[in-house]
Write a new protein. Structure first.
Lengths: 403, 290
């Protein structure tokens, strides 16, 4: 297994000299295992790892984490879980028992966070699941009180999408037929399960409802079937590789529904910069941010400066917010007392780049779930109760073919 | 309409699959090297095409003219520098196969590690010929159609070269029996090296063609290796015609099942066909009897 240790040293020596006498704790070990390789690496390398790097950079710039009166430097340990649950759990056990980390950060993705939750719980580490969206969130939070579900539940996602489609249907922009496809993975199964009743209750008819394996590379049949279905709305509960594949295939086959929605990956900057280019406007997707919020603007600027890549428009700010919550809880407690830190996260109110967050039974209740690319940026549309929610636009402009 | 769509899409996918497997059938069938790092070479070809397109605005089809010779030289170097010692010490075909499996398994991780450190785990892609074309009343993607046509041209051209030229005959002789080939003054080690290099060049060409319509990642090579392996074994190792037919069968089967039954069964149907073929003909559709 690849082991990368980077000790963050700037300011550390000075801090060490001060804290050495005052406190037993002369450094704080932070460890995590994440998918640096395998199918999850794409999402992890866009949403999660850069935010960890940004957070370490910020702590370093401040001279360390504030424990009581002193600033304590951090040491970071990173493992590659190779997108395998088994490797992830092995690495988490190693971080706890061998490396004896003080704080453990979470992996990327719903399935991976569910898999490693028991390990965090067994040792009482606060578990900030920033990239997990699941209807199991409340159940898991009750079972593992140390776990915090920052992206909400799949039902919230289904309801937000239904809210957007209902608005468009009410305005006469789309008919009542929906073609839905979903990736055969925990994420796609949960979202499609939650969407069937939500769409039916809003008066939509599912004229196509198919799932496809995560390894699919040829999307021509799904797109051609959707094209033939008569639906004005195409919905894909997809993961990044298939989000890109479905979108590229829709362009290449000239499939132009009035509303085109894809899920994970739509809110990535590379969706615009690498995949869709000038075809991006009008595409609906999962997630969203309030792009006019000065806090987000400042965060996005720092993310780009420090990591060399822009944040995504969904889970990136939530991931950074989860780190801010963790840091504020640690600093409020004033020492590495994990039980007290967990209690503070459960009950406290936190000021973050994603707004003021107060968890409801360990679940973040206010999350953007549906957005749309408008004028080259991905704006949050729903839930419309969120501050800064924009109105959906349809029909999507016809794709411009690439020569 | 649906039937035409399925047949045309199936032939396109099958052509691309056959292209993915062509290089491996040469490497395994003639040079006797089971190259588990095959998919990494393919992905390297995709990245080369991406780089040429993104930073030099070179179309991937022109890019082939750059990528293929480079890949040939690089794979020839791998054979001469790294694989020759294994070839020289191997006492039997079986020993060479198992040694090269271990070696190329290691090579896979080295290539992937370098790629990850250099390019990261992100998804890459570029829009090329992203437009619909009408073929006999069926709408297909111009980029995939182009890739499949080029793949079939390369496949058929290679088949003709192997069956109609003297070098082709020598290569087929090595594939049938390397010892007997030496007796008729064929320079087997040299020919094996060239065939291995040609196989690598074909893998890179497949990567270029795939990059025209699909996204790719540094770690994505293994899936291509697995697909190629199934097609090569189904078609009969070293048999180009068999590889083309096997690729087309899998492409058509996958598209038919995806459209008419359930997309989740595409992998199952691949392996069902694979099993049936192996039970009926253990050496592949066109394989020689063992």
């Amino acid at each position: 297994m690849l082991r990368l240790i980077s000790t963050i040293a700037a300011g550390a020596i000075a801090a060490l000299a001060v804290s050495g006498a005052a406190e037993a704790q002369d450094k704080i070990k932070i460890g995590y295992a994440i998918s640096l390789s395998g199918p999850n690496a794409a999402g992890a390398s866009i949403t999660t790892v850069p935010n960890y790097k940004l957070w370490f950079h910020d702590i370093e710039a401040a001279g360390g984490l504030k424990l009581g009166e002193t600033r304590v430097p951090i040491e970071v340990i990173e493992y590659d879980d190779q997108s395998s649950n088994e490797e992830l759990i092995k690495a988490a056990e190693r971080l706890v028992n061998q490396d004896k980390v003080d704080i453990m950060l979470s992996p990327w993705g719903t399935g991976m966070n569910l898999a490693v939750g028991a390990t965090f719980a067994k040792y009482g580490y606060p578990h900030m699941a920033a990239t997990a969206a699941t209807d199991l969130a409340y159940e898991m939070a009750a079972k593992w009180p140390n776990s915090f579900w920052m992206l909400g539940t799949s039902t919230m996602g289904a309801n937000a999408l239904t809210e957007v489609l209902t608005k468009l249907h009410g305005a006469g922009k789309i008919n009542a037929k929906v073609a839905m496809v979903s990736v055969a993975d925990a994420f796609g199964i949960e979202l499609s399960n939650a969407s069937r009743p939500a769409l039916a209750a809003a008066g939509f008819e599912l004229v196509m409802d198919e799932s496809y394996p995560i390894t699919t590379e040829d999307f021509s049949q799904l797109i051609n079937a959707a094209k033939a279905s008569g639906a004005d709305t195409f919905v894909a509960f997809s993961y990044p590789p298939d989000t890109f594949g479905l979108s590229g295939t829709a362009i290449a086959l000239g499939y132009n529904p009035a509303a085109f929605y894809t899920a994970v990956g739509t809110a990535f900057s590379i969706y615009r910069d690498v995949i869709l280019h000038d075809n991006v406007d009008g595409v609906l997707g999962i997630g969203g941010v309030d792009t006019d919020d000065p806090k987000f603007k400042d965060y996005a600027k720092r993310h780009l400066e420090v990591t060399g890549q822009p944040p995504d428009y969904w889970a990136s700010p939530v991931t950074y917010a989860s780190l801010e919550i963790l840091q504020q809880a640690i600093e409020r407690v004033g020492k590495i007392d994990r039980e007290a830190i967990v209690k503070e996260i459960q009950t406290g109110t936190f000021d973050t780049v994603a707004g003021t967050i107060k968890l409801d039974r360990n679940v973040n209740p206010n999350v953007w779930w549906a957005g749309q690319w408008q004028n080259g940026e991905f704006h949050g549309l729903a839930p419309s109760s969120m501050a800064g929610a924009k109105e959906p636009v349809a029909p999507k402009p016809a794709w411009k073919p690439a020569p | 309409m649906i039937a035409g769509d399925i047949i045309l899409s199936g032939v396109i996918l099958g052509g691309i699959y056959a292209m993915v497997a062509l290089g491996m059938t040469l490497q395994y069938g003639v040079a006797r090297i089971m190259n588990l790092a095959y998919g990494e070479i393919l992905v390297a070809g995709a990245f080369a095409a991406y780089w040429l397109y993104a930073s030099h605005a070179v179309s991937p089809i022109l890019g082939l003219a750059v990528v293929v010779p480079l890949a040939f030289v690089a794979n020839w170097a791998i054979y001469v520098l790294l694989l020759t010692p294994l070839v020289n010490r191997a006492r039997s075909r079986e020993q060479l196969e198992s040694d090269t499996i271990l070696f190329t398994f290691g090579l896979l991780f080295v290539l992937q590690g370098i790629g990850l450190a250099w390019l990261g785990g992100q998804i890459y892609g570029y829009p090329y010929l992203q437009l619909p074309v009408d073929v006999l009343g069926v709408t297909v993607q111009a980029n995939r159609l182009t890739a499949a046509v080029i793949a079939l041209v390369i496949g058929v051209g290679l088949y003709i070269a192997l069956t109609q030229t003297r070098t082709g005959m020598a290569i087929r002789a090595v594939s049938v029996d390397p010892r007997a080939a030496r007796l008729v003054a064929i320079d087997v080690p040299r020919l094996s090296g060239l065939v291995f290099a040609a196989g690598g060049a074909l893998a890179a060409a497949a990567g270029v063609l795939i990059s025209m319509s699909q996204t790719f990642t540094v770690g994505g090579g293994v899936l291509f290796t697995m697909k190629a392996l199934v097609i090569v074994i189904m078609g009969g190792a070293g048999n180009l015609g068999g590889t083309l037919i096997a690729g087309l069968i899998l492409g058509l089967a996958e598209i038919t099942v995806a459209r008419l039954v359930d997309p989740n069964l595409t992998i199952a149907v691949d392996f069902l066909i694979f099993l049936v073929v192996l039970m009926a003909r253990p050496t592949g559709i066109f394989g020689r009897s063992a």
